[in-house]
Write a protein that binds this ligand. Structure first.
Ligand code: PGA
Length: 335
């Protein structure tokens, strides 16, 4: 210990004075621990062990062995986020993930309040102290029930959508914002039916004939594969968007959070191409009611609406910013 014997004796004496009890007793030429001495030794060993644990714990936080990743993802992103997280977990089994799923508006609040390490959302907020990057395409498709007459047509003009009822997500949803912006830019008056706060419920409502929907293609892969919904060939669709991973500018990301950000930016697209999403999101949902079979009708083709449609009562009509339909603007995404 590099200490002289008197120095050790002095330390022991001071310790005994602090404790108020003798720690050693001398019997002949030998010294023994008193009962208080044995007690102090037991706790001292435990304290030394804890200090050792603390040291290695802090060391591992500097690396990638351990750590907590706090992320929040847009509601729609829950269709692919678990797949990506499971692969990340395999690589870093010591990581502890706290995942929150909420809509765009809540994500922005969480970012501003510094409640999460990072978020995944469809479009960065206007706030300037946010940084991050794009990691994947996010096309929004129009979905219709499988019996809808649109299913038999090609290159459908956008203004035909003015005859349809649209089911929309709640205020604060990024998907809803994108949808409203798209219709406004193209001068289309959108008639909205039910407001529904989950993509799952929108899909089931569309299947049940309550209206059409617009949502991320990631959210409907399963239903399209199973033929429960269709994506009609409408001009100017899909609405092209992208998934972003974002965090506060200047946020001191832990090594594990940095690793996750890099993982998304560099690998997410190729992983999801290699292992397409299937059966996710809707697998635990109850089966939707089967819509009644269409009645044979010789004039059905000529009808603008699906015959067995039960349109919800329109609640909102979206007009251009001046309150009137605005002329269509050229779309960047011509078919
Ligand atoms: P949403 O978000 O789930 O709030 O619609 C998707 C997005 O941000 O694009």
């Amino acid at each position: 210990m590099n200490l002289t014997q008197p120095a050790v004796s002095m330390q022991v004496k001071q310790l005994e004075e602090q404790i108020g009890q003798p720690l050693f007793e001398q019997m002949g030429k030998k010294i023994y621990l008193t009962e208080a001495g044995r007690e102090v030794r037991q706790y001292a060993r435990a304290i030394m062990q804890q200090l050792e644990d603390l040291r290695s714990g802090l060391d591992s936080l500097k690396g990638l062995e351990r750590g907590t990743l706090r992320i929040s993802v847009a509601t729609t992103a829950h269709y692919f986020a678990p797949k990506l997280l499971s692969i990340f977990y395999e690589r870093y089994p010591g990581v502890n993930v706290k995942l929150d799923v909420t809509n765009r508006e809540q994500l922005i609040t969480q970012l501003i309040n510094n409640e999460v390490d990072m978020v995944i959302m469809g479009r960065p907020p206007e706030e300037t102290d946010i940084e991050g990057g794009v990691f994947m395409e996010n096309p929004l498709v129009l979905i219709a029930p499988k019996e809808h007459p649109f299913g038999r047509e090609k290159s459908i003009q956008l203004d035909r959508l003015e005859n349809e009822i649209f089911l929309v997500r709640e205020e604060g949803s990024g998907t809803r914002k994108a949808m409203e912006l798209f219709f406004t830019q193209h001068g289309i008056e959108m008639t909205t039916g039910m407001e529904v706060s989950s993509d799952e419920a929108i899909k089931q409502s569309v299947q049940a004939g309550l209206g059409l929907g617009i949502m991320s293609r990631d959210a409907v892969q399963n239903e399209l594969q199973l033929g429960q919904l269709i994506v009609p060939d409408i001009l100017h669709f899909p609405i092209m968007r992208q998934w972003h991973v974002l965090h506060r500018k200047g946020k001191r990301l832990s090594p594990i959070a940095l690793a996750f950000k890099d993982f998304l930016l560099n690998e997410a697209t190729s992983i999801l191409k290699r292992e397409p999403l299937s059966q996710q999101g809707s697998q635990n949902m109850p089966k939707p009611p089967t819509p009644p079979a269409p009645q044979p009708n010789p004039t059905a083709e000529a009808q603008p609406h699906f015959r067995n449609y039960a349109p919800a009562r329109p609640t909102t009509v979206l007009l251009g910013t001046n309150g009137k339909p605005i002329p269509p603007v050229p779309s960047k995404h011509k078919p």
